[in-house]
Design a protein around this ligand. Structure first.
Ligand SMILES: [Zn+2]
Length: 242
């Protein structure tokens, strides 16, 4: 039985001489591997369906060894992304996160799907400064997965007047100096400010922002470490953190 899904291509691998396997992130089924047959020839009808970032409607049919793509209609190719190295690294980081993420429910998956599209669109077509969209993506992702990071009070004792803030990676929350333990890392005021501003600024307003120099990179390192702790992952963020 054929199934139509809306999906983004996360990555592709060679399979046999002419075929490719693609990892799709779909709205309907979450992540799913599918085969693109005879796609390596330049005249192949569905050749753009093997490109990372390609977003469209995929027709999937169950074959003997898994799903086979039997139709593809492009909605957005995001082809401007690979043309700009900074946008490419930032958008690739989003796909890397999706690749390592496990979803706990269909509704969580659907929300992350919408967030992913919004982030890729902002990176591709927006004018926000480097990595603002990626930081925003992490902040919203933590909200969806039930561990929001930004807070106005210590998540442990409820104190609202902190002198210093610390992030507790084992619980993924911000705590005050009295509640910190050995595994906590201090969050500078500038980094906390960047987190706060990005938390309440929508994607379509990101290009109006100007955070303190370098604060987005410091924040990104913390968000990335928090993700690794939350999801037992090991993100590399090629071109950004490595
Ligand atoms: Zn406290």
């Amino acid at each position: 039985m054929a199934e139509k899904v809306k999906a983004i291509v996360i990555k592709s691998n060679d399979r046999k001489e002419k075929d490719k396997n693609i990892l799709l992130f779909s709205l309907e089924k979450g992540k799913v591997w599918a085969t693109l047959r005879s796609v390596k020839s330049p005249s192949a009808k569905m050749k753009t369906a093997q490109n990372a970032f390609a977003f469209g409607e995929f027709m999937l049919e169950e074959g003997k060894s898994g799903w086979v793509v039997t139709g593809f209609e492009s909605i957005e190719s995001f082809r401007e992304i690979p043309e700009n190295i900074d946008k490419y690294f930032e958008a690739s980081a989003v796909l890397e996160v999706i690749n390592q993420l496990e979803f706990s429910s269909g509704s969580e998956c659907a929300k992350v799907f919408v967030l992913t599209l919004k982030t890729l669109k902002t990176i591709c077509f927006g004018k926000a400064k480097e990595n603002y969209s990626l930081c925003k993506f992490f902040i919203e992702l933590f909200k969806i997965t039930g561990s929001p990071l930004f807070t106005t009070k210590c998540s442990c004792c409820g104190n609202v007047t902190f002198d210093k803030l610390h992030i507790n990676y084992s619980i993924g929350e911000l705590v005050c100096s009295n509640c910190k333990n050995l595994g906590c890392e201090e969050l500078s005021k500038v980094t906390f400010q960047a987190l706060k501003i990005l938390d309440y600024t929508d994607f379509d307003r990101l290009e109006t922002l100007k955070l303190a120099e370098g604060s987005q990179l410091a924040l990104l390192k913390i968000l990335c470490k928090n993700f690794d702790a939350r999801f037992s992952a090991k993100l590399k963020l090629m071109g950004i953190l490595s």
